[in-house]
Ligand binder design. Structure first.
Ligand code: HEC
Ligand code: HEC
Ligand code: HEC
Ligand code: HEC
Ligand code: HEC
Ligand code: HEC
Ligand code: HEC
Ligand code: HEC
Ligand code: HEC
Ligand code: HEC
Ligand code: HEC
Ligand code: HEC
Ligand code: HEC
Length: 441
């Protein structure tokens, strides 16, 4: 007990014992009577120390009462008074300013209350009297909406910042018990290290789920490079540009898949692009066989059409240069169309006459790869298309592969065969090889 607290207590004991010695009724016994202080000590919760009154009050003047005169004073000023029985710590790292300033009476009634813990008002109104902005959102978090501020905050002091009852995610896990399992997943988003409130405002916000920012903006807070890239992008993937958001592919908290993805490889893409690979597309392009759509497409956005990661002309005719079709030649050898004659660089040759060169490598009406090939998959070997769009017409190719060459009877010209061994030979139709069969899904 502090020295300052001892003196008034001794004094109050003196004033208590003096009248007794003279045989009069001590004033304190009958403070709550039919005529005096009759409203007092009727509430649901009464301070166990409310009586005797003179623990805290001592007469200042006699007699009592006197009109418009103060005849009692406190035996000790608050908070020292309270500290006599409720040792104030004040030693934890963070002390709530009104507690530090000894304003016990702002929050508590010294005698009684209809509220628990002798609170002067319901917690909700109490906290809101000084922090009016914590429930004033379009979407309010359950415990804040009910005004249960003390489900997360301790009112007096705490070693945790912001007077929090628990630190970081543990605070949230007291109620969101199921979220704890998230942290056991293979990849946990490093954003969680900073607690949950880097993304969710614990009180509420103008955005659903109390996000700190709207849509992708939430993620851009910490991933500005993604935003930067998309700002200058020519094509931005619809789930991002239409505001479905980053969480349509990434789990925001944790995932068992790399990069926090909800699914891996092409399964992720085919989740939305349902039926993209059709049953009759039995020959799939190499990267797709490996399940990698991202070897050609960037899932976020790029400076090319169709989310492509490198240049690839959407046109049917392309005036050829050595920088055209960068997408394809990131994986394939450009030699296949570089030389007018070759005996190795491509299978698309008649003898040594390079038919890729003839079709593609020209300034005037050079054909694009898409004039002959399908890029994802098809029914024919060598990714040869059945039909290709030419204006509004579907131009048929009628490609037939043989062991040493093949033939086309396209809409462009009459049927031409090619043969690597015997140039000019008519092609023998060939059944689909074992190798191509194994490509079927
Ligand atoms: C635990 C300490 C404590 C006890 C015991 C106590 N009081 Fe008080 N009382 C206070 C404090 C503190 C105040 C507020 C003084 C202030 O507002 O500055 C107060 C204020 C009052 C007031 C002024 C009006 C008001 O409500 O603010 C009255 C009247 C009063 N007390 C009556 C009593 C009576 C009667 C008893 C016994 C039944 C009693 N008190 C017991 C602490 C106590
Ligand atoms: C003479 C000792 C004494 C004094 C002085 C005293 N109290 Fe108490 N107070 C008690 C006791 C005894 C309890 C009941 C102990 C318990 O429940 O742990 C109590 C309980 C409380 C409670 C909890 C009530 C509940 O429902 O759990 C609050 C709040 C409280 N006091 C506030 C104050 C404040 C504020 C002051 C100063 C104005 C004060 N007390 C002064 C003895 C005292
Ligand atoms: C900002 C409001 C506020 C102030 C100021 C405040 N209290 Fe409290 N106090 C509370 C609340 C709210 C609770 C109930 C906590 C709970 O429900 O867990 C409480 C609980 C208590 C209790 C009950 C025991 C406990 O810790 O649960 C005591 C005793 C107490 N306060 C004493 C004091 C004293 C003494 C002071 C002044 C030094 C003081 N309070 C200042 C809000 C306040
Ligand atoms: C009498 C006014 C008053 C009341 C009542 C009050 N506070 Fe405060 N509170 C303050 C002041 C002043 C500060 C310091 C300035 C600030 O951060 O706004 C503060 C700060 C805080 C902080 C931030 C602490 C930090 O370390 O940054 C929290 C959390 C808080 N109060 C919660 C509560 C809760 C919960 C209640 C209700 C139980 C409550 N307050 C009631 C005045 C009050
Ligand atoms: C679900 C838990 C939770 C509830 C319920 C809650 N808070 Fe908080 N509060 C927090 C967290 C977490 C922080 C710290 C946020 C941060 O670090 O950005 C905080 C911060 C604060 C702060 C200080 C920083 C600021 O934003 O001004 C105040 C004041 C505050 N809360 C008051 C309240 C009041 C008043 C209530 C009741 C209406 C309340 N809180 C309910 C979790 C909660
Ligand atoms: C005291 C219990 C409690 C605590 C602590 C708590 N929450 Fe909640 N939270 C709830 C309740 C209740 C709901 C509403 C549940 C519902 O509507 O299904 C909710 C809802 C949410 C929602 C919205 C869910 C939705 O589908 O719209 C988010 C996000 C959330 N809480 C995040 C947090 C975060 C972050 C923390 C820690 C800062 C936290 N909560 C701490 C009780 C709590
Ligand atoms: C990187 C930002 C971020 C962080 C950090 C974060 N969340 Fe979320 N949270 C989200 C997003 C985005 C959603 C919405 C998911 C959706 O729409 O599918 C969400 C949804 C929720 C929901 C609603 C239920 C659900 O799964 O849809 C709860 C509850 C929740 N978060 C709690 C937490 C808790 C607890 C933490 C801390 C352990 C936390 N969040 C940390 C971004 C985050
Ligand atoms: C508070 C900061 C913060 C926020 C907000 C945030 N992140 Fe992160 N995120 C990080 C950090 C830190 C890393 C690890 C370093 C890095 O890869 O940049 C990371 C990594 C990632 C990764 C890569 C994980 C891996 O395994 O390589 C993805 C994907 C990701 N975040 C997606 C998101 C999405 C989607 C959102 C919005 C829902 C988001 N982030 C919001 C901080 C954040
Ligand atoms: C359509 C699905 C999809 C959407 C929507 C999406 N991502 Fe991704 N994200 C991916 C895939 C797939 C990867 C892995 C790319 C790889 O491995 O090459 C990835 C990787 C990442 C990475 C890891 C770093 C990197 O670039 O490899 C971050 C960070 C990231 N995404 C953030 C975001 C943000 C922020 C958003 C929202 C603006 C978002 N993502 C939207 C599919 C998506
Ligand atoms: C959350 C759903 C969703 C997921 C997952 C998704 N997409 Fe998309 N994607 C769309 C929507 C919606 C469009 C626009 C409508 C359309 O063209 O079908 C689109 C359009 C595209 C386009 C055409 C872009 C343009 O500019 O016209 C490409 C290419 C694409 N997606 C590739 C992918 C790839 C690769 C993946 C996997 C990494 C993927 N998508 C995953 C929803 C999704
Ligand atoms: C080898 C590179 C490559 C791979 C791998 C690839 N794409 Fe494409 N994709 C393209 C090209 C090139 C285009 C432009 C189409 C055109 O010009 O005919 C395109 C266009 C698209 C389009 C929009 C036009 C359309 O056909 O609907 C979607 C959607 C698409 N791709 C999805 C996917 C998905 C899903 C995967 C994985 C299963 C995938 N892509 C794998 C190169 C590729
Ligand atoms: C990410 C690497 C990659 C990119 C980009 C790519 N391919 Fe391929 N391509 C492959 C792989 C791997 C194979 C399978 C090779 C094999 O089976 O021998 C293949 C096979 C082919 C085949 C069939 C070859 C055969 O022998 O059956 C054709 C035709 C083809 N690609 C054309 C293209 C065109 C046109 C482009 C540009 C739009 C392109 N590729 C872009 C990797 C790629
Ligand atoms: C006029 C039709 C046509 C055009 C245009 C065309 N190809 Fe081909 N390509 C073929 C045929 C036919 C084959 C099959 C050769 C064979 O019999 O093995 C082939 C085979 C291939 C192969 C397999 C390896 C090889 O060279 O035999 C690749 C890779 C390839 N083409 C890529 C491309 C790329 C990249 C483009 C665009 C720059 C392109 N093709 C344009 C008809 C064409």
């Amino acid at each position: 007990m502090k020295k300052t607290a001892v003196i008034p207590i001794l004094l109050s004991l003196l004033t208590l014992s003096l009248p007794l010695a003279y045989g009069t009724t001590p004033p304190v016994e009958g403070c709550v009577t039919a005529t005096c202080h009759m409203g007092m000590l009727k509430a649901k919760n009464i301070h166990p120390a409310a009586q005797p009154c003179d623990t805290c009050h001592q007469p200042l003047l006699a007699p009592h009462p006197q009109k418009s005169k103060k005849t009692f004073k406190l035996t000790e000023e608050v908070p020292g008074l309270c500290a006599q029985c409720h040792p104030l710590s004040g030693t934890l790292k963070h002390v709530h300013p009104p507690v530090k300033d000894g304003m016990c009476m702002t929050c508590h009634d010294p005698h009684e209350s209809t509220e628990p813990k002798l609170l002067a008002r319901p917690v909700k109104d109490l906290c809101a009297s000084c922090h009016p902005d914590k429930m004033d959102f379009k979407y309010v978090h359950g415990p804040a909406a009910t005004g249960d501020c003390t489900s997360c905050h301790v009112p007096h002091e705490s070693n945790n910042g912001r007077l929090l009852a628990k630190e970081g995610a543990d605070l949230c896990f007291t109620c969101h018990v199921d979220m704890q399992g998230e942290l056991r997943k293979k990849v946990v988003h490093p954003a969680l290290a900073g607690g949950c409130s880097s993304c969710h405002n614990p009180h509420g916000s103008a955005v659903k789920k109390f996000f700190a920012a709207e849509g992708s903006g939430l993620c851009y807070q910490c991933h500005p490079q993604v935003e930067e890239k998309l700002k200058s992008a020519k094509s931005v993937h619809a789930p991002i540009s239409t505001g479905q958001g980053c969480a349509s592919c990434h789990a925001p908290h944790a995932s068992d898949a790399d990069k926090l993805l909800s699914k891996t490889g092409k399964d992720l893409c085919l989740d939305c692009h349902k039926g993209f690979i059709k049953k009759d597309q039995t020959v799939l392009h190499g990267p797709i066989q490996e399940g990698k759509c991202t070897s050609c497409h960037d899932p976020h956005g790029t400076s090319y059409d169709m989310l492509l990661i490198r240049a690839y002309s959407p046109e049917f005719y392309v005036s050829y240069t050595d920088t055209e079709f960068q997408l394809c030649f990131a994986c394939h050898n450009r030699d296949l169309l570089k030389y007018p004659t070759t005996n190795y660089a491509t299978g698309f040759r008649d003898g040594t006459r390079n038919l890729h060169f003839i079709h593609v490598n020209r300034k005037d009406r050079g054909k694009s790869c898409k004039a002959c090939h399908v890029v994802h998959g098809g029914a024919n070997p060598k990714l040869m298309a059945d039909k290709v769009p030419f204006g509004k017409w579907s131009l048929p190719l009628k490609f037939v592969k043989s062991a040493t060459g093949g033939s086309c009877a396209p809409g462009c010209h009459k049927k031409y065969p090619y043969d690597r061994k015997t140039p000019g030979k008519e092609a023998e139709p060939e059944k689909i090889s074992e190798k191509d069969k194994t490509r079927a899904r």
